[in-house]
Design a protein around this ligand. Sequence first.
Ligand code: PGA
Length: 253
Amino acid sequence: MNKASNTKRRQLVVGNWKMNGNRCVNAELLAKVMTSWQGEHRAEVVVCPPYPYLQHTHELIAGSSILLGAQNVSEANDGAYTGEVSAQMLADLHCKFVIIGHNERRRMQGETDEQVAQKFMAAQRANLIPILCVGESLEQRENGQHLTVIGQQLQSVFSHTGRAVFAQAVVAYEPVWAVGTGKTATPQQAHEVHHFIREQLGEVAEVVRILYGGSVKAHNAEQLFALTDIDGALLGGASLDAEEFLKICKAAD
Ligand code: PGA
């Protein structure tokens, strides 16, 4: 029995496929996952394919308990924004979740805290559940600034929305130095930040799911999930391997 049995929060495992896959590979991956993940589970499982595969993925997971999410969204509702995809479109394509402010977008696409806040609000307007990613760089951690940085990242959203709306949102702590590097935060490091994030959430703290992300694999998932303030994981690499993904889903279940 893991601690899921004594918390109100349902464990959540989100697979962020990033810019990987094609229709054939996605179908094979999901077929394998669905063979072992049938019926109702205590843990909720979400896959986030690239935009062009949302509809196809929706068809592949039809009838299963796996839910659909997107990796990004525009802050605008509609209009002349070439190449952008709105939250309404994602909802129309059966998405329930959307990842907001992933560190790869903050770093590579220069997304600012303000833009991330706008995207968060756009997701909410379309009744999508935003998965707000926060996390510090290696330099910020080494300078002892990690909590300050994460506090600011949260505050920039709170300043627009307040905290109550987080009852319908998810937060993911992803230390930048742990994403795709094979380095994972130690249980102590993860515990410190998750506990801090929960404190920041004020009145809704107890209902918000806070995921850990950054090189979560089958071999370290159980240890992370055993921590009181960790309610699941946001996975990159491990979500592309059916066996690995399933082991992590089962560890959360
Ligand atoms: P990783 O990626 O599991 O490959 O480290 C996590 C993420 O980017 O969400």
